[in-house]
Design a protein around this ligand. Structure first.
Ligand code: PLP
Length: 265
């Protein structure tokens, strides 16, 4: 169990449910548990989902999102939190208000937009709410390449483009930006970490597999667990990188479609 200030470290995920158990809050809670932190959840949407893809999306009313966050924040307390699927501008606004209300600073934002199968998990008009309301409250933003392109508004073809995208995302207010290299090609998957002034690279072996469902959720949950336990952003990013690499290598064969990553450490 990870302790902070003499008690168990506590982490909250504000995200969507994946009925198939591979992504969303299910992946987040499994990851928190594996990394020894106490996990809590505020659901933003339900998805009817399996290894073939997303069959349905059912958003939760924004008052219900606010109520869940206030329930856990006012009683149990939160050392670090992450956001995943937020779906609408209304839910993003509710989440940003709740984070500001409690004054939470260890805030990881995984800007989930589209599931690997193509289902939209964020409405197009919600992008602006994300950049204007949530990014100013963000400690670590963890986009993949397509998400970074969309949020920064530029195509990423070269490493110079990637750095420019990271600068633009930091300009919205995110204190650290990690552009993940999983969608690129090559023997290594290199993540670019920008802290607002300097860049560093975290490199890992690329694993060729189709069992990558839930990769982004699991990575950002592992990062959040590190922050909750008192690690620095860089140390949390290294822990998360090692965790996700092992989870991809060890992906699970289940169902008739694309299996998930493995959350057992
Ligand atoms: N479903 C939910 C509820 C999610 O939060 C996410 C996260 O990104 C996904 C699906 C996407 O999963 P995939 O890794 O298959 O793109």
């Amino acid at each position: 169990m990870e302790q902070i200030e003499g008690r168990i470290a506590r982490a909250l995920t504000i995200a969507g449910s994946d009925s198939g158990g591979g992504a969303g809050i299910q992946a987040d809670l499994k990851t928190f548990q594996e990394l020894g932190v106490y996990g809590m959840s505020a659901l933003t949407a339900l998805t009817a989902q399996n290894t073939f893809g997303v069959q349905g999306v059912y958003p939760v009313a924004e008052e219900a999102v606010t109520a869940q966050i206030h329930s856990v924040g006012s009683d149990i307390g939160v050392d670090a939190l992450k956001t995943g699927m937020l779906f609408s501008a209304e839910i993003i606004t509710a989440v940003a208000e709740a984070i500001a209300f409690f004054g939470w600073t260890k805030v990881v934002v995984d800007p989930v937009m589209i599931a690997k199968g193509g289902a939209s998990l964020l409405q197009a008009e919600a992008i602006r709410a994300m950049t204007e309301k949530l990014l100013p409250l963000t400690a670590v933003l963890t986009p993949n390449i397509p998400e970074a392109e969309r949020l920064a508004g530029i195509p990423i073809r070269t490493s110079a483009d990637k750095r420019e995208a990271a600068r633009r995302l930091a300009a919205f207010g995110a204190k650290h930006v990690i552009i993940k290299g999983g969608h690129e090609e090559g023997k290594e998957a290199i993540d670019l970490l920008f802290d607002g002034s300097s860049f560093s690279e975290l490199s890992g072996k690329r694993v060729e597999t189709a069992r990558t469902h839930g990769t982004g959720c699991t990575y950002s949950a592992a990062l959040t667990a590190g922050l909750a336990a008192g690690l620095s952003v860089e140390a949390s990013a290294r822990q998360a990188k090692a965790f996700i690499q092992a989870a991809i290598e060890d992906g699970i064969t289940i169902g008739g479609g694309h299996g998930p990553t493995n959350h057992w450490a």
